[in-house]
Design a protein around this ligand. Sequence first.
Ligand code: ADE
Length: 266
Amino acid sequence: MYRSIFRPDLFAGQTFIVTGGGSGIGRAVAHELGSLGGQIVLAGRKAENLAQVVAEVEQAGGTAVYTLCNIREEEQCAALVRFALDKFGAVHGLVNNAGGQFPSPAEFISRKGWHAVLETNLTGTFSMCQQVFQQWMGQHGGVIINMVAEMWRGFPGMAHTGAARAAVVNLTMTLAVEWAKAGVRVNAVAPGTIEGSGLTKYDPSMKPFIELVKQDMPYFRLGTESEVAAAVTFFALPSRRLYQRRNAQGGWGQFPMAQNMADRPA
Ligand code: ADE
C-alpha cells in the first residue's frame, strides 16, 4: 500500500497527465498523485507497463487511465491532451516525465543517437507543454512540472541528455514567465541518480560507477523514486505559487531539494 506524506484528498477532482508513467519515477508520481485523489492519465509507449500501473493505482483506491503516446510525435502529444480532456473535462497538471538516454562517451555519440535524445527529452517536452497550454491551460491555468536531471556540473558519459535537460531548465524558466499571465506555473525537478527501474536498464558495467556516485552523496545512498514523486507533488500544490520559476535540484544522486526559493508569485 502506497502511503503518502501529503493529505489524502489534496488533489481530489484534479486531473494530471503523467508522461513516461509506465515505470520508474513516472510510476511513483502516478502513485503519489493518485493516492491524493488525483485522476491520473498515464502516457507512454508500452501498453503492458501502463496497464499495470493503472491497475496498481486503482487497487490502491485511485483513478487512472492510460493511452499510448510517443512524445516525439507532435500529433500524438495533441491526441494525449484531447484524450485527457475527453475523459475528465480538464487538465490541472502535466508532469513531463518521459525521457530517455543511453551512456556513451561524447566522441562516440552518433548524430542519430544525439537527435533521438534531444527529440525525446527536449522537443517532446516542449510539444507537451505547448499542447496542454493551447488546448486547456492557456484559458484555465494549471501546473507543469518538467523532469530534468542533475547536470549542473555537466553530464559526463551522457552529453546528449545533459544538453537536453539543461535546455529544458531554460525552457521551464521562459514558460514560467510567459505563461504566468494565464495562471500556469512551470517548474522543474532535477533528480540525481535514483535507485529503481531506470538504473536496471543500464549495462552491468555501469555498476562500479554507481557505487562511486553514492560516495559523492551526503547520505552515501541514491535517491528513491518516491522522494522524487514527493518533490513533484510539492510543486503541484495549489499553495505553491511562490515557487514559480524555481527548480528543485538534487546532488549527484541525492533526493531533490528545493533551492533558490523564490520571490515571484504567479
Ligand atoms: N518514454 C521514453 N521515451 C518516450 C517517448 N518517446 N514517448 C513517451 N514516453 C517515453
